[in-house]
Design a protein around this ligand. Structure first.
Ligand SMILES: NC(=O)c1ccc[n+]([C@@H]2O[C@H](COP(=O)([O-])OP(=O)(O)OC[C@H]3O[C@@H](n4cnc5c(N)ncnc54)[C@H](O)[C@@H]3O)[C@@H](O)[C@H]2O)c1
Length: 222
């Protein structure tokens, strides 16, 4: 029986040279890449004037700019074979603004825009075998957003990582273009698209969205 194997590489996604060099190494070792998951992300959790410029730039680099370079490296062979899948792990912060998450929301809106344009580009080339999925979850209990709270745990629970992973696997296997979690967030995205912003702000306030980051701690840094 043929044993499955895994290759692991270390890459700094805030550095284009590191991405290109690691992608080259990967393609030398593994000739066929079926799925690219742009998952890495960072959060400063700082308000605009409290956040050092370098951290804001790093947030953009890791959470969104890196997607250009990873995808440029791996998509070409997917298009040639008309087979593959590019997954963008964005966030609900890519669909709406949140107080205390200026750099993070900007980076995730960019990731969502990247996914939408990439999807259109691939579709326009009629490469129907290359699929895309964008994942927009509310907070997940991974440690990244430690300390955040939710005012509505029934409709907007802090998600369990295992549940999110299961949903992402299913979304990839069923070629879903968008996965938004929890389900209630589909309503939020829909409401955001047509309600006047002052009305949407009232709804957002009712659900305590702008207060969620007040107790943010994030990952303890060494
Ligand atoms: N945790 C949440 O509440 C939440 C909610 C919505 C979306 N997301 C998104 O889900 C994704 C995964 O987040 P997570 O919750 O598992 O957080 P995490 O902190 O557990 O994982 C983030 C990963 O990104 C890697 N990373 C960070 N900077 C990097 C760099 N410069 N180069 C290479 N790798 C780097 C880290 O090593 C880590 O493995 C992220 O894109 C995040 O923005 C998380």
């Amino acid at each position: 029986m043929k044993m499955p194997f895994v290759h692991a590489y270390t890459v700094d996604l805030s550095d284009k040279k590191s991405i290109n060099a690691t992608a080259k190494k990967t393609l030398d070792d593994v000739p066929r890449i079926d799925v690219l998951i742009n998952n890495a992300g960072i959060v400063t959790g700082k308000k605009l004037f409290e956040c050092p410029d370098e951290l804001m730039e790093k947030t953009m680099a890791v959470n969104s700019t890196s997607h250009f370079f990873t995808t440029k490296n791996f998509l070409r062979s997917m298009l040639e074979k008309d087979h593959g899948h590019v997954v963008t792990i964005a966030s609900m912060a890519g669909k709406t603004g949140v107080a205390g998450l200026v750099d993070y929301c900007a980076s995730k809106h960019a990731a969502v825009g990247f996914h939408e344009s990439l999807t259109s580009e691939i579709r326009h080339q009629q490469k129907n075998g290359v699929r895309t999925t964008c994942v927009c979850p509310f907070y997940i209990d991974t440690g990244m957003f430690d300390g955040v709270t939710t005012k509505s745990p029934l409709l907007l629970p802090i998600l369990k990582p295992e549940y999110v992973v299961e949903c992402i696997m299913e979304a990839i296997l069923t070629d879903r273009e968008y996965l938004i979690l929890p389900r209630f967030c589909y309503f939020a995205v829909f409401a955001h698209s047509f309600l006047p912003s002052c009305v949407f702000s009232l709804i957002s306030e009712f659900y305590g969205i702008d207060a969620t980051m007040e107790s943010f701690v994030g990952r303890e840094r060494a």
